[in-house]
Structure formats: structure tokens, C-alpha cells
Design a protein around this ligand. Structure first.
Ligand code: NAD
Ligand code: UD1
Length: 345
């Protein structure tokens, strides 16, 4: 099949491109490079021996998006779309909510309209465990309450889930799969692609990896007085390659079913911040100095998935361990100390 990945030059999209190409699919990437680097396309080709077709384009722009579907229709029409494109920084979404609502929701609506114009009816969407908000309790099942999101980014995911549910209902030929990711971390085992945040990382793994390489002095552990075994926050970390494989399974599922279905993609295991510090130290052989800092606003004590529905219906479960996540994150970080940018860029 020919699969369009919106936002496919980004962290999760690039790993998914690798897994799709490995399964014999063709891949088209459309990305405006607002949070990614064009070098990723070469890296995907180095890993797989196949080059995805790349369009630098804004998916919220109807003309640009239609042009991609049109160009593909002439050679190999698009059969399905995986929609990664969007902004994802929680803090920034609080400071600039209108930009987040505009980009995340507009890009989805434009994509949907264009899919309808070109008769494409399989869509997989990158949602997030953040939709469970503050009312649900771990382990989250897909039936756990959603909403009560603590930031605009989370609300965009919540709203897009509702939009896609309504569209699937109105168009019975459509197949929509909503994937709620837990905490994707790590990198491809080659060390050629990985997470490349701009500026100071907000998330734990990229922050720790920059401490390990010496770009940051120490980690601040946000709170050690949570009701958890060691007092630090507990999360469900999932290796990005396992997550990418989940998309291949979701695509197979979308080919066999219509309607809308939602799946948690997580490991089902919780790890604390201090568990991660220890695992990273042992994978990298580097000391991770840390200090205990106040809690971060909006953080939950505990979040982890019940991933049994994905196992039952998609035949998918995580295979990689916390040690693999740390080893691969470190390999990516140590081979690419400046991410995709060369040191003189
Ligand atoms: P990322 O920022 O690395 O990738 C997103 C890509 O989308 C980037 O390459 C960016 O340039 C592109 N993009 C943004 N707006 C666009 C637009 N209008 N048109 C075209 N391209 C556009 O992020 P990621 O970590 O790979 O996340 C992928 C998706 O998964 C996002 O929707 C994100 O919200 C969601 N998600 C991510 C996480 C996570 O922890 N990384 C967790 C849950 C959900
Ligand atoms: C964050 C987002 C969430 C998003 C998810 C994607 C917030 C509030 N939430 O979740 O919406 O879906 O990323 O992966 O940003 N920590 C530290 N020090 C740090 C960084 C983090 O102690 O420098 C702790 C946090 O308090 C948390 C854990 O590490 O307990 C994981 O944090 P992070 O990687 O930011 O992910 P989440 O907060 O789970």
C-alpha cells in the first residue's frame, strides 16, 4: 500500500516510516519541517535502502495538501493516511493556545476534506494518553473517562478524537483508528534517527540524555513527594520502535474494519523518574547528577496503560525493555550530539 505520513519527518513519523518500508509499503512524507530536519529523509533511506517520497508542505493548507494527493494519484494513489502532523509542546500550548488549536485542528480538517475529495478512507491518528485528563486512574483502559485536560495541547487531541468519531459515523465507508500513545522514548537501534528537540528539552528522556552527554549540568526531578514507591512521578515509557510497529498493526486493522476504534499504545508498566535515572546511568556508563525540585504544574503522580485491547485486537504488544530504551537513546545522543544539525550549522 501507499501510505501518506503527515508530519512524517518528525520523531514518531520517521520511525514509523522505517517500519512501514520494512514491511514492503510505499511511504509518502508530507511535513512543513516546523519541528524536524530534512536530513531525516536520507537517514530513513540509509536504514531501509528505500527513499520515501517527500513533500515540504503545510497540511493545514488545502492547496498544498490537494497537490500532494493529486501528484500521487498520477503514479501511485494514496491508500491510507497516518496523521502525525501537529504541535506537541505542552508548555508552549499554554502560552500560545490559539496557535495550537489552529494548527492541530486545521491540519486535521483540511486533511479530512482532501481525503474525501480523493476517496481515501483509512486514517490513523496520533492521539495521546493526555486525553485521560485528571479524573481517570491508572491503569487507563480505553473506557476510562477522558476530558478535563490540563492544557490546550491535550484539548486539541480530545477535540480531534471527537471530530474523527463524528466523521467516521457520518461516512460508514471510513476506517479511523485513534492511537493513544503513552510516553514514547528511545531511538532506532541504528542510532541514525531519534528525538531532536529544539532548545531546552521539556521531557525527561531527552533531558537526561543531554545531561549524560554533558550539554546540561544536572536533571531537576520534579517532586519526590508523590504517593508512589519512591515519591517521584510514574509513567509508562514505550520504545519508539515498538510504537512505530503499533502503527503497522493499526493499518492492518483499518484494512479489515470500518468505523472508529481507539487503542492505548503503552507497555502497561510504570517506571519512576529515579528508575529512569538509574537505568540510564547503567546503559550509558555516565553519572546523571540530579536535584529534587518542586512539582511541575499539571503533572500527574501516576500514568500507565492497560494495553490489553491492542494485544487482543491488533496482535500488538511491546517487546523492548527499559534497558533497550536507554541504550538506544544513548546511542542516538552520543552519535548525534547536535541532533540532525551538524556542529557548524
Ligand atoms: P514531532 O514534532 O517530532 O513531529 C511532528 C511533525 O509534524 C514535525 O516534523 C513537524 O514539522 C510537523 N508538522 C507540524 N505541523 C505541521 C503542519 N501543519 N503541516 C505539516 N507538518 C507539520 O512530534 P512527534 O513526537 O513525532 O509526535 C507525532 C504526533 O504524535 C504528534 O501529533 C504528537 O502530538 C503526537 N504525540 C506525541 C507524543 C510524544 O511524546 N512524542 C505523545 C503523544 C502523542
Ligand atoms: C508530557 C506531557 C504530556 C505528553 C507527554 C508525551 C506535560 C505536563 N505533559 O508527559 O501531555 O503527552 O509528555 O510524552 O508536559 N520530569 C522530571 N524532570 C524533567 C522532566 C520530567 O522530573 O526535567 C518528570 C515529570 O515530572 C514526569 C516524568 O518525568 O513525572 C515524565 O515527564 P515527561 O517526559 O515530561 O512526560 P509526561 O509529563 O508524562
Amino acid at each position: 500500500m501507499n501510505i501518506l505520513l503527515t508530519g512524517g519527518a518528525g520523531y514518531i513519523g520517521s520511525h514509523t516510516a522505517v517500519e512501514l518500508l520494512a514491511k514492503g509499503h510505499s511511504v509518502v512524507i508530507a511535513d512543513n519541517l516546523s519541528n524536524s530536519h530534512p536530513a531525516v529523509i536520507d537517514r530513513i533511506e540509509t536504514i531501509t535502502g528505500k527513499r520515501p517520497l517527500f513533500f515540504e508542505a503545510d497540511i493545514a493548507d488545502k492547496k498544498q495538501t490537494e497537490a500532494i494527493f493529486s501528484a500521487c494519484a498520477e503514479h501511485q494513489p494514496i491508500d491510507a493516511v497516518i496523521h502525525f502532523a501537529g504541535y506537541k509542546a505542552v508548555g508552549e500550548s499554554v502560552a500560545k493556545p490559539e496557535i495550537y488549536y489552529r494548527n492541530n485542528i486545521d491540519s486535521t480538517l483540511t486533511l479530512l476534506e482532501t481525503m474525501q475529495t480523493f476517496g481515501v478512507n483509512k486514517l490513523i491518528f496520533s492521539s495521546s494518553a493526555t486525553v485521560y485528563g485528571t479524573e481517570a486512574e491508572a491503569p487507563y483502559t480505553e473506557q476510562s473517562p477522558t476530558g478535563n485536560c490540563s492544557n490546550p495541547y491535550g484539548w486539541t487531541k480530545f477535540m480531534i478524537e471527537k471530530i474523527l468519531g463524528g466523521v467516521a459515523l457520518a461516512h460508514p465507508e471510513m476506517s479511523v483508528v485513534l492511537l493513544r500513545y503513552f510516553n514514547p522514548v528511545g531511538a532506532h537501534e541504528s542510532g541514525l534517527i531519534g528525538e531532536d528537540p529544539d532548545g531546552i528539552p521539556n521531557n525527561l528522556f531527552p533531558y537526561i540524555s543531554q545531561v549524560a552527554i554533558g550539554r546540561r549540568e544536572k536533571l531537576s526531578v520534579f517532586g519526590n513527594d508523590y504517593p508512589t514507591p519512591d515519591g517521584t512521578g510514574v509513567r509508562d515509557y514505550i520504545h519508539v520502535t515498538d510504537l512505530a510497529k503499533g502503527h503497522v498493526c493499526a493499518l492492518d486493522y483499518a484494512c479489515l474494519h470500518t468505523g472508529v476504534e481507539v487503542f492505548n499504545l503503552g507497555s502497561g508498566k510504570g517506571s519512576s523518574v529515579l528508575d529512569i535515572v538509574r537505568a540510564y546511568e547503567s546503559a550509558s556508563g555516565r553519572k546523571i547528577p540530579y536535584v529534587i525540585a518542586p512539582r511541575r504544574a499539571g503533572d500527574l503522580a501516576v500514568s500507565y496503560a492497560d494495553p490489553s485491547k491492542a494485544k487482543r485486537l491488533l496482535g500488538w504488544q511491546t517487546e523492548k525493555s527499559l534497558s533497550d530504551m536507554c541504550k538506544d537513546s544513548w546511542k542516538w545522543q552520543s552519535q548525534n550530539p547536535n541532533g540532525y544539525r551538524s556542529s557548524d550549522e
